[in-house]
Design a protein around this ligand. Structure first.
Ligand code: ZN
Ligand code: ZN
Ligand code: ZN
Ligand code: ZN
Ligand code: ZN
Ligand code: ZN
Length: 267
């Protein structure tokens, strides 16, 4: 038995490594106990008295640490994915109201680790940003995923700002629109301009006035007419749509009033 012993530092390296997060074990002890060690480098030889003091302080530290350690062990937390217990010295991720092993906290779709990354919860499962985006519906107009508000019309999904008239591109959200046979949305004026029957006199579409829902279309001799365009071809007299004396008296496909009809038949 000599006067000096070598401090058995190894044991403390691992032990303090867990408790204090690594580093020089003697520095760690110093931080915890305010204990003065002789050298700041590798643990050097100490006197027996110093070793005794150190061991006594270590014992005390062990006791102080035992209590919280036991408590931590009693709270048996397990990984939300693999359901294996989480060792308390092991780094863990807290997310979605659960704890996970870092290696267990992965994207539900592509399995990449999500620790320290932006992730999204889809029905309680974590997704990386890319896979989350893939789960989103795509806009029928621009093809981009819809992350915010979605407008559903004609059975398809749209960004509200992408649901526009295919002719004039005016926004259709919250207004009336009409779809054509290919299910493409049109504002009401453009739909009528494109698809409304045309007047056989002026060739303009027969469509409601702005702000009106309906219009009157006169059909005569298999042709369409605006109300205002339905008049005698010869004298310009407005014709009644009733089958009375002021109505149309057609002759060889011509729209005539009664008087002009009679005049033409007499020449
Ligand atoms: Zn796990
Ligand atoms: Zn993913
Ligand atoms: Zn869009
Ligand atoms: Zn339009
Ligand atoms: Zn007309
Ligand atoms: Zn006439």
């Amino acid at each position: 038995m000599g006067g000096e012993l070598v401090l058995p530092g190894r044991k403390w390296v691992s032990w303090l490594g867990n408790v204090l997060g690594g580093g020089d074990p003697l520095e760690g002890l110093k931080r915890v106990l305010g204990f003065q060690v002789r050298s700041s480098g590798a643990p050097g030889p100490l006197t027996l008295k110093e070793v005794e003091e150190l061991e006594q302080l270590t014992q005390q530290l062990m006791q102080d640490m035992e209590h919280p350690q036991r408590q931590n062990v009693a709270v048996s937390e397990s990984c939300g994915r693999c359901h294996q217990p989480l060792a308390r010295a092991q780094p863990a991720v807290r997310a979605l109201g659960q704890l996970f092993h870092i290696t267990c906290f992965t994207c539900h779709q592509c399995e990449q680790q999500l620790q320290g990354q932006q992730f999204y919860s889809v029905e309680g499962a974590p997704y990386c940003e890319g896979c989350y985006t893939d789960t989103l519906e795509k806009c029928n107009t621009c093809g981009q995923p819809i992350t915010d508000r979605m407008l559903r019309a004609t059975g398809k999904a749209y960004h509200p700002q992408c649901f526009t008239c295919v002719v004039c591109a005016c926004p259709l959200e919250g207004t009336s629109f009409i779809v054509d046979q290919a299910n493409r949305p049109h504002c009401v004026p453009d739909y009528h301009k494109q698809y409304a029957p045309r007047c056989s006199v002026c060739a303009e579409p027969i469509m409601p006035e702005p702000g009106r829902e309906e219009t009157v279309r006169v059909v005569a001799l298999d042709k369409n007419f605006h109300m205002k365009c339905y008049k005698c071809e010869d004298c310009g007299k407005a014709l009644s749509i009733e089958a009375d004396d002021n109505g149309c008296f057609p002759l060889d496909g011509h729209v005539l009033c009664r008087k002009c009809h009679t005049a033409r038949t007499q020449t």
